[in-house]
Design a protein around this ligand. Structure first.
Ligand SMILES: Cc1cc2nc3c(=O)[nH]c(=O)nc-3n(C[C@H](O)[C@H](O)[C@H](O)COP(=O)(O)OP(=O)(O)OC[C@H]3O[C@@H](n4cnc5c(N)ncnc54)[C@H](O)[C@@H]3O)c2cc1C
Length: 299
């Protein structure tokens, strides 16, 4: 039965399907699910999980997640309603809370003629998830654009940190090893460009992605990290795996590092494709591809 936490009225729901919360459109249910609407509600739900001794999983846009068909135990906290935006025109900074789509921040910057996020417009994640992943494209990443990040520890303590402390590297940060809630992030943009110039570059980047990546079917973007000096997609393509399919999960024809859900794929189908690709690429190239997508739950 759903419950409301007495302090803040935060709704905690049992057995919520997570498939609609991920871009792959697969996955089982959350044992408990909360989508706080304020910092107080977030803190309240963190405290409740702590008291109930439940593990906590953070959910952003779900665009880099493969959640098991068996679902997840504990409390799953979604950032979907935490979407504040603050623009400091003088300092040329944008502060966005965890659930704000990264693309929205990128367009806000472009429309002011501020440079720094032209690469980010095609990434379908939230600000929080993109900080954790150090999301990036076109040779740039979050690490290049951030000036500060506010984190909340499991006990609800808030801390403002600089990007250097998060050990950002290729598609990773130390938040993947020591999870803390990303509350908000502040981006430092560079002024002095024309609005048309930045908007045009942003649009060009978006069109380029749309022409090379399969945007018409559910996916999680690149499934594997690029091994040093190589492109995972090239290795997969050269192994002859484009179109390889288990159930409705398929290595995309348009981009071999994408696995698409052709309609009725299960998380296990996608997992099986991942394993097969790893095995075949390793046999042929002696390279074990590492997933970029976060696998949550049991497979
Ligand atoms: C079509 C497509 C194209 C893509 N292209 C790119 C690309 O070009 N470059 C790229 O880097 N990625 C790309 N991705 C992957 C994905 O969009 C990024 O990794 C994105 O940054 C993930 O953000 P999210 O909000 O969806 O995070 P989620 O997938 O929800 O979560 C990712 C991780 O962050 C954690 N997390 C989420 N929110 C928070 C929070 N507030 N606090 C603490 N932890 C949190 C989760 O627990 C999880 O470990 C693509 C995905 C798709 C579907």
């Amino acid at each position: 039965m759903s419950l409301y936490l007495p302090e803040t009225n935060c709704l905690i729901q049992p057995q919520v399907s997570l498939a609609t919360h991920t871009s792959l459109r697969v996955g089982g249910t959350a044992q408990w699910y909360a989508a706080p609407k304020s910092w107080e509600q977030l803190q309240d739900s963190l405290n409740w999980a702590h008291k109930e001794q439940l593990p906590i999983t953070f959910l952003g846009g779900g665009s880099n997640l493969l959640i098991s068909d068996r679902g997840l135990s504990g409390l799953i906290i979604s950032a979907r309603y935490l979407r504040n935006l603050d623009i400091n025109e003088e300092a040329c900074q944008i502060t966005a809370s965890a659930g704000m789509p990264l693309a929205t921040v990128a367009w806000k910057a472009a429309k002011r003629g501020w440079s720094g996020l032209e690469w980010a417009v095609g990434i379908p994640g939230t600000v929080g998830g993109s900080v954790v992943m150090n999301a990036g494209a076109h040779g740039k990443s979050m690490a290049d654009a951030l000036v500060s990040i506010v984190l909340a520890a499991a006990d609800g303590q808030l801390e403002r940190v600089t990007p250097e402390t998060l050990d950002f590297r290729y598609r990773t940060s130390n938040l993947q090893t020591f999870p803390r809630w990303v509350m908000e992030a502040t981006f430092q943009l560079t002024p002095g460009y024309s609005r048309e110039e930045i908007t045009a570059q942003t649009r060009t980047n978006l069109n380029k992605r749309r022409s090379t990546q399969p945007y018409d079917k559910p996916s999680c973007g690149s499934v594997f990290r690029n091994p040093t000096g190589q492109a995972a997609g090239w290795l997969i393509e050269q192994t002859g795996l484009k179109g390889y399919q288990v159930g409705d999960a398929q290595v995309a024809h348009r981009h071999a590092n994408f696995i698409v859900n052709r309609g009725q794929a299960s998380a296990q189908d996608i997992y099986n494709v991942i394993e097969h690709v790893q095995e075949k690429v390793e046999q042929q190239w002696s390279v074990l591809l590492q997933p970029e997508v976060k696998l949550l739950g049991e497979f």
